[in-house]
Design a binder for this molecule. Structure first.
Ligand code: C2E
Ligand code: MG
Ligand code: MG
Length: 876
């Protein structure tokens, strides 16, 4: 068991690592390529929007939804603070809500206090501006946008910009969200659009929850009106005068219990009229004089009256109370936004309220006396509904809450949530039902829309990653129950999609994605799922297959289909795609693992040239595992300081004197011994671990060089420093800590490293030169760049790659190249170091060509620091 746990933990670890790598890859692409970056950000924005939509959907109130949103956005975009205002009415007046997100409450104490000390912001300020413009508004300078005391506190907390987002419900602003940031955000259109959409989303939450609030209120009012009315009220049968219902006040003021009331008739307590007032006998036989207002109620099967009985002990007060109650009662019936209907035991409508008529479009005369089921049920559902109703009445149980459709006069279907009660006579006989319903059609539609948006890609309308994962889980479960019904996942990535975006524009790129989605839909069977899970990545879940050949057949069909040129806005676009296939075997526990393996296979297909498919296999898995293992080991190696530095002398050709040493990294592996850079530098570069490795080598080398009496040291730096880390600061610190003169340090940069991000490299190299260190171009001649391009970079020294040296003496063409490089270098006043001199012959030859410096096994292999120091006194 322990072993299996270990395996699971290991696996979980690997999955996490891979996912992280994948994300890092995405992120790196995003940074280096603007086109990809925009796409990536759009994805991020969509994800945020989705998260907010899901959060909002689950919220029970606007406040709740705003709190969730503020939390999510602050965390997503690293905004340290955010909060919300409510709008008062539809005016520009704002009042503070209880919604706050503060990453650090101590730091933002002052800001919060300042904001809270202004209870209602006037018509100026960022929030008011957002309200007036009905769209997100940025402030790049707190001074202008906020009241002085708030601006002051914001500055103190290190805030440099803010954004306000209005929440608009059905055209009316109801709230404003305000966020504060430590950096200046780019006012990008897509970002503003997302924020705007979030405001709209919250607006729908407001609409939805407000509808709930009215419903609660009307039910509450209803209850208040009868049950908690301070005046006695009763309902009685107009023919027999038997009490049907009495309220609490009647019980209290007349002294009879409810049961006693329901066994009596009105005539039992009647003590005769007097001057337009009624007189009723209490239980203790005293007589109350009351003013009575009564309404006809058509209860199913009988005619009843509802009476409110106001004791006129104090006449004026009584009149007042009566008028008030009447008004409330009338208002309620007229304005209630709920449908109310009473049915008798066979379903005949005996009462309905105005709202029901409004909603259905029927006239009152067309409704009363008609059979409810014939009136509002769709033809095919009538009989079942009627029979269910009768059955429920017979059993005396009727669902208190249920959803049902109602067809209006014009044929619209509305969805109603009903609250039902059974009406009984005083003797317990069933009289019919009373139902109050809320029209939830719009709310339900909005919910469905949100639900849809949360699980579909907005560009192609295909299922998104979330929905795909769900489908994969279903497929996994089914395959587990029934191993005959396997499935496979095909992960597609369009080859060179970036080119399309770059050369034809994003709009065309988007259209191509849509078209690819459509073609995919065409090739798959109806029960397969086609999803878009990222920029140009699609997944086809091929369901219910008997073997892997079913999946490869699908892949071939897809490759063929995609190879037909797309015509987009008149342009013919040739596309191809790389497909990675995994079959859903029993080994998988989680859907992410399947996607991960399909992704690995897809990369293999890409590496083999694209336009093809690859099936994930054990070998690929082993490779992935080995790479991860190396990475883990390497990380540990840095922590345990297993990285050693060897030094190889650089010799002045004319004199044989050692003028410099190149520092070369080695990994002192606990079991594998000395590991050469070729085996770990590529992985270190991929994972970014090269940055701490280079830093360690740099520090060590500077420290050693400080005791060399004027010989300089060369240190290799990876391209990674141009996009990550802080090379300039690291170099300065290493020099200061080792007390080494900057002129004694050479940094070696390869031309391919420069070409990866020429602008960043140029800028950093200029900064380095300003500190006084030298820069060499390493492995010269192995890249594609020309010296005429490279000379714009501030080099002092050129290191001619060893491949030229090895061949130059035998090959005339190489010889010519070496000659011309020498010429160019001298014209540009660059020192030349020939790398890889192994023989006396090579040495003589290069010296004759006026090559200034040399390095190679002929002089010495890379050696430890002590041996290196020893070479300084001798010579070659
Ligand atoms: P490089 O910067 O071009 O270093 C010269 C390489 O040539 C070294 O290999 C050196 O041992 C080898 N060499 C020197 N003389 C001869 C010779 O006569 N014949 C042959 N066949 N080889 C010779 P090494 O130490 O294995 O390093 C390989 C590469 O790894 C380096 O190429 C450099 O690009 C990279 N590297 C090494 N240390 C570091 C480091 O600390 N940071 C970074 N970023 N890269 C490093
Ligand atoms: Mg080097
Ligand atoms: Mg080199």
């Amino acid at each position: 068991v322990a072993e299996r746990d270990d395996d699971a933990a290991e696996l979980a670890f690997l999955v996490k690592r891979l996912d992280r790598q994948r994300r890092a890859r995405l992120a790196a692409e995003a940074i280096s390529e603007h086109a990809t970056r925009a796409l990536y950000e759009q994805q991020l924005h969509l994800k945020t929007l989705q998260a907010v939509a899901v959060g909002a959907n689950e919220s029970v109130s606007l406040q709740d939804a705003m709190q969730t949103t503020v939390d999510q956005l602050c965390m997503q975009w690293h905004w340290p603070a955010g909060h919300a205002y409510y709008c008062i009415g539809a005016t520009q007046l704002l009042t503070l809500s209880e919604v706050w997100y503060l990453q650090d409450s101590v730091r933002f104490d002052g800001v919060r206090a300042a904001i809270e000390s202004i209870p209602a912001a006037p018509g100026t300020g960022l929030a008011a501006e957002a309200l007036a413009q009905r769209r997100p508004v940025w402030a790049r300078d707190a001074n202008g946008a906020f009241a002085p005391e708030i601006a002051l506190r914001l500055r103190e907390a290190g805030i440099v910009s803010a954004v306000a987002v209005p929440v608009v419900a059905d055209g009316t602003p109801v709230a404003v969200l305000e966020f504060f940031a430590e950096t200046l955000p780019e006012p990008e259109a897509s970002f503003a659009e997302v924020l705007g959409k979030i405001g709209d989303l919250l607006g729908t939450v407001y609409m939805r929850t407000r509808a709930d609030a009215t419903m609660r209120n009307s039910e509450e009012q209803y209850r208040l009106l009868f049950e908690t009315n301070p005046n006695p009220m009763w309902v009685y049968d107009a023919d027999t005068l038997a009490f049907i219902a009495v309220n609490e006040a009647a019980v209290r003021q007349y002294g009879f219990s409810r049961e006693e009331f329901l066994r009596m008739r009105l005539s039992d307590i009647d003590a005769g009229d007097e001057g337009g007032l009624h007189r009723y006998r209490r239980r203790d036989l005293t007589v109350a004089t009351a003013e009575v207002s009564a309404y006809d109620l058509r209860l199913p099967g009988r005619h009843a009256r509802l009476a409110m009985v106001v004791d006129v002990g104090d006449r004026r007060q009584a009149e007042e109370a009566l008028r008030e109650s009447e008004r409330r009662f009338r208002d309620l019936l007229e304005t209630i936004q709920l449908v109310a209907v009473l049915l008798d035991v066979v379903g005949t409508v005996t009462y309905c309220n105005p709202f029901l008529l409004e909603l259905t479009g029927w006239d009152k005369r067309e409704v009363i006396g008609r059979n409810w089921f014939e009136l509002v049920y769709p033809l095919g559902e009538r009989e079942t509904a009627r029979r269910a109703f009768l059955e429920k009445l017979r059993r005396g149980t009727i669902a208190t809450q249920e959803d049902g459709h109602l067809v209006t006069r014009s044929g619209d279907r509305r969805l109603i949530t009903w609250s039902n009660t059974i009406l009984r006579s005083g003797q317990g006989a069933i009289l019919g039902t009373a139902s109050i319903g809320t029209d939830v059609t719009d709310r339900r539609r909005a919910e469905e829309q949100l639900q849809y948006e949360a699980f579909h890609d907005s560009l192609t309308s295909l299922p998104n990653r979330a929905l795909l994962i769900d489908r994969v889980v279903q497929a996994m479960n089914r395959a587990r129950r029934d191993p005959q019904r396997g499935f496979a996942v095909l992960l597609l990535d369009i080859d060179r999609f970036k080119n399309v975006n770059d050369s034809l524009g994003h709009a065309t790129g988007d259209l191509l994605l849509v078209a690819v989605g459509e073609r995919l839909m065409k090739t798959v069977r109806s029960n397969d799922t086609v999803a878009r899970i990222g920029g140009d990545e699609f997944v086809v879940l091929v369901d219910d297959i008997s073997g892997i050949t079913d999946a490869t057949r699908s892949a071939i069909r897809i490759l063929q289909e995609i190879s037909v040129p797309f015509v987009i806005e008149g342009d013919e676009i040739f596309a191809s795609t790389s497909i990675g296939i995994t079959s859903g075997t029993a080994d998988y526990e989680r859907p992410e693992q399947i996607l991960r393996d399909a992704d690995t296979a897809m990369y293999r297909a890409k590496a083999l040239g694209g336009g093809r498919y690859e099936i994930f296999d054990a070998e690929m898995r082993a490779e992935v595992v080995a790479r991860l293992q190396l990475e883990t080991d390497l990380r540990r190696a840095i922590e345990r300081q297993e990285i050693r530095v060897l030094y190889q002398p650089i010799v002045e050709m004319a004199t044989g004197k050692v003028v410099s040493f190149e520092a070369l990294a080695r990994w002192q592996h606990p079991t594998r011994g000395m590991v050469s850079p070729a085996q770990f530098i590529p992985t270190a570069e991929e994972t970014g671990l090269i940055v701490p490795i280079d830093r360690a080598v740099l520090r060590e080398a500077c420290f050693e060089a400080s005791s060399w009496n004027g010989a300089s040291v060369s240190v290799n730096v990876s391209s990674r420093h141009f996009t990550h880390g802080d090379l300039v600061r690291d170099v300065q610190k290493a020099l200061v800590d080792a007390s080494l003169a900057p002129s004694l340090l050479h940094l070696e940069v390869t031309e391919s490293a420069i070409m990866q991000s020429p602008e960043a490299a140029h800028e950093i190299m200029e900064q380095l030169r300003a500190t006084g260190v030298h820069i060499s171009i390493d492995d010269f001649g192995t890249g594609y760049s020309s010296l005429s391009y490279l000379h714009r970079f501030p080099f002092d020294r050129l290191k001619l790659d060893q491949s030229f040296i090895a061949n130059a003496t035998m090959n005339r063409k190489t010889l010519a190249i070496v000659r011309s490089v020498m010429g160019l270098a001298s014209a540009l006043a660059l020192d030349v170091v020939a790398e890889g001199i192994e023989t006396r012959e090579q040495f003589d030859f290069l010296r004759d060509l006026q090559c200034g410096f040399g390095q190679g096994y002929l002089f010495s292999r890379p050696v430890g620091a002590e041996a290196a120091a020893g070479m300084l006194t001798g010579g070659f």
